[in-house]
Design a protein around this ligand. Structure first.
Ligand SMILES: Cc1cc2nc3c(=O)[nH]c(=O)nc-3n(C[C@H](O)[C@H](O)[C@H](O)COP(=O)(O)O)c2cc1C
Length: 216
């Protein structure tokens, strides 16, 4: 009896869907159906968290008043495009719900930003899968965002996210329209992966690497 042929291992890839996610800034004005928004919140809800603490919360701006106040809490570089997105929400965390991990040298590792990061990653993947843009922003004033929702000072704001259907880049100023269609740029894998031992090549920042790519 001859050896049976090696079965072909199917390689289903999630990667194409993940790499189609882009931080787009042009939005269609039409709102996203409530059922689809609900799937985004579910994507956050199913995210894993250290000790299953589930310390991330979603603060959705729904009324025109809260939406406008949230836009005003964004940096000027963000407010002019994100204000046109049909939906804005803040992803916040309750650090008091978590116990930091302690290292042998006494330093602590907070888990709440990590947990929230996973949650927003889930949401962005689900949004991309449904043909939506979900663009996270770090450019905002944290106390101002807390004030918009009347959240207590113990609440930490990780990101404000603009959500909607991708719109035409023509709706943006020229510099942002150009960014909209730029190919995605990432460090090559050998710059981010070391096997068995730390590699000094990992220390090269994306900024430095970008400079190295430019012709002298
Ligand atoms: C935590 C975080 C904060 C970000 N903050 C901003 C922001 O304040 N304004 C903005 O225009 N883009 C922001 N971005 C989008 C990044 O600039 C974008 O993801 C990056 O340039 C890579 O482009 P790509 O997502 O289209 O691949 C942020 C992204 C992340 C993950």
């Amino acid at each position: 009896m001859g050896a049976s042929p090696t079965p072909r291992i199917p390689m289903p890839e999630l990667l194409p869907a993940l790499s189609q996610r882009r931080a787009r800034r042009a939005f269609e004005p039409r709102p996203v159906q409530p059922d689809l928004l609900n799937l985004l919140w579910q994507a956050i809800s199913v995210a894993p968290s250290h000790g299953n603490t589930q310390s991330a919360r979603i603060l959705l701006a729904e009324s025109a008043e809260v939406h406008d106040r949230l836009v005003a809490a964004l940096s000027p570089g963000n407010s002019h495009w994100a204000g046109a997105a049909p939906h804005l929400f803040a992803l916040v965390a309750l650090p008091a719900h978590e116990t930091p991990q302690e290292n042998s040298d006494g330093t602590l590792r907070d888990m709440w930003p990590f947990n929230a990061g996973i949650a927003i990653g889930n949401l962005m993947a689900q949004a991309t899968f449904m043909g939506l843009t979900a663009h996270p922003m770090a450019g905002f004033d944290e106390p101002a965002v807390r004030a918009v929702f009347g959240a207590p000072p113990s609440v930490r704001v990780l990101t404000v996210v603009a959500v909607g259907y991708p719109g035409s880049p023509d709706s943006l100023p020229e510099d942002l329209a150009a960014k909209e269609t730029m190919p995605q740029e990432r460090l090559p894998l050998e710059r981010i992966l070391a096997v068995d031992r730390w590699d000094p090549v990992l220390e090269v920042s994306a900024r430095e690497w970008r400079k190295q790519q430019q012709p002298a």
